[in-house]
Ligand binder design. Structure first.
Ligand code: ADP
Ligand code: MG
Length: 295
C-alpha cells in the first residue's frame, strides 16, 4: 500500500520527532511543557519568574515554587475527575448538613466516617430512615469525602443499578460491569426499597453485594427497616444471605425523624403567612446601656 501521503501543508511541530522542533525559546518551552503535561507551570512560569526576580529568589527556589504549584493543581484535577466519575446527582458536603435537624443521627460517627478509614477496612454503611431525612445528602457527602481522600467512588440508585445490570446481561457485557463494580473502592447504592425488584433484578443485585463482600465498601440508603427488606428482594433466603454479607462489618446510621423538606417548606409557608407588613419586631441590644429595644 502507499506510504504517507504527500502534502504541501507545513508539518506541525507536534509531528516532529523530539529534538527537531524549532522556534523561539518561549514557543519551545510551551511545546515541551505541553508534551510533559505540565499545564500549571506553562500558565504560571512567566508570572512566577517576575515575582522571583522581584523577591531575589534563586533558580532552585523558583523551580520549586513552580513544581509545587503544578502538584497542587494536579491533585485538584484528580479530585475533580474522581467526582465526575462518581456520577453524583448533586455535589453535597457535610458543611451544609444541619445535624440539629436530625437528632437520631450519631454526628460523631458521621464525622468519623468522613475520615474514610472504614474504606481501608472495607466496612459498609447503611443509612436507614423515612423519606426526606437527609440519607442521600449523607451518602453524597461521604462520597465526596472519599473522592477528596483519593478513593474511587460510584454513586447509583438501587433501581438504576438493577437496570444497568439487566441491560449489561442482555448485551452480554455483564462480567465487565461486575468487574467494574467490584473494582470501585466505594459503591453508594441509594434508595433501596422504593421499588420492589424482579427475581432476576434481586439476584443480580445480590451478586454485586456478594462480590464486593470484604473487597470494597458499600453505602446503602433505605427507607425500609431490615425486617421489610424481604419485600424488596422477594425471597427470604436471598434477603437473609444478603443481609449477612452486608452487615458483617457495618456502621448503621439511624435517620428517622421529620422530613427536612417538609419542615423547611412549612417554615417557608409560615413566613409567607406572617406577611411583609406583619414582620416580628427586630430586637437590638444597646451596647452602652445593655437595654433591649424593639425596632
Ligand atoms: P432522603 O434521601 O432521606 O429522602 P435527602 O437527603 O434527599 O433525604 O434530603 C432532602 C433535601 O433536604 C435535600 O435537599 C437535602 O440536602 C436536604 N436535607 C435533608 N436533611 C438535611 C439536614 N439535616 N441539613 C441540611 N439539609 C438537609
Ligand atoms: Mg434520598
Amino acid at each position: 500500500m502507499s506510504a504517507a501521503k504527500k502534502t504541501d501543508k507545513p508539518v506541525a511541530a507536534e509531528t516532529m520527532p523530539s529534538g527537531t522542533t524549532s522556534g523561539t525559546p518561549q514557543i519551545l518551552l510551551a511545546h515541551h511543557l505541553k508534551q510533559l503535561r505540565l499545564p500549571t507551570i506553562l500558565r504560571e512560569y512567566d508570572k512566577v519568574a517576575r515575582e522571583a526576580a522581584h523577591e531575589g529568589i534563586d533558580h532552585t527556589a523558583y523551580l520549586l515554587r513552580l513544581v509545587e504549584l503544578e502538584l497542587i493543581d494536579r491533585e485538584r484535577r484528580v479530585v475533580e475527575r474522581r467526582i465526575r466519575q462518581a456520577r453524583f446527582p448533586a455535589v453535597k458536603s457535610l458543611d451544609t448538613f444541619d445535624f440539629v435537624a436530625i437528632p437520631s443521627l450519631n454526628k460523631m460517627l458521621v464525622l468519623e466516617l468522613a475520615r474514610c478509614e472504614y474504606i481501608l477496612r472495607r466496612d459498609n454503611i447503611i443509612a436507614l430512615g423515612n423519606s426526606g431525612t437527609g440519607k442521600t445528602h449523607i451518602g453524597l457527602s461521604l462520597g465526596l469525602a472519599a473522592c477528596q481522600k483519593g478513593f474511587s467512588v460510584s454513586f447509583t440508585t438501587a433501581a438504576g443499578l438493577v437496570h444497568q445490570l439487566m441491560e449489561a446481561r442482555d448485551e452480554r457485557r455483564l462480567l465487565k460491569l461486575q468487574r467494574d463494580l467490584v473494582a470501585v473502592k466505594l459503591l453508594i447504592i441509594d434508595e433501596l426499597g422504593y421499588v420492589p425488584l424482579s427475581t432476576t433484578g434481586a439476584e443480580l443485585l445480590f451478586e454485586v453485594f456478594s462480590q464486593r463482600y470484604e473487597r470494597g465498601s458499600t453505602i446503602v440508603t433505605s427507607n425500609l427497616p431490615f425486617e421489610e427488606w424481604t419485600s424488596v428482594f422477594g425471597a427470604e433466603r436471598l434477603t437473609g444471605a444478603l443481609l449477612d454479607r452486608l452487615t458483617h462489618h457495618v456502621h448503621i446510621l439511624s435517620m428517622n425523624g421529620e422530613s427536612y423538606r417538609l419542615t423547611q417548606s412549612a417554615h417557608r409557608r409560615k413566613i409567607a403567612a406572617i406577611g411583609v407588613d406583619d414582620q416580628p419586631a427586630v430586637e437590638a441590644v444597646d451596647p452602652d446601656t445593655g437595654e433591649i429595644t424593639s425596632r
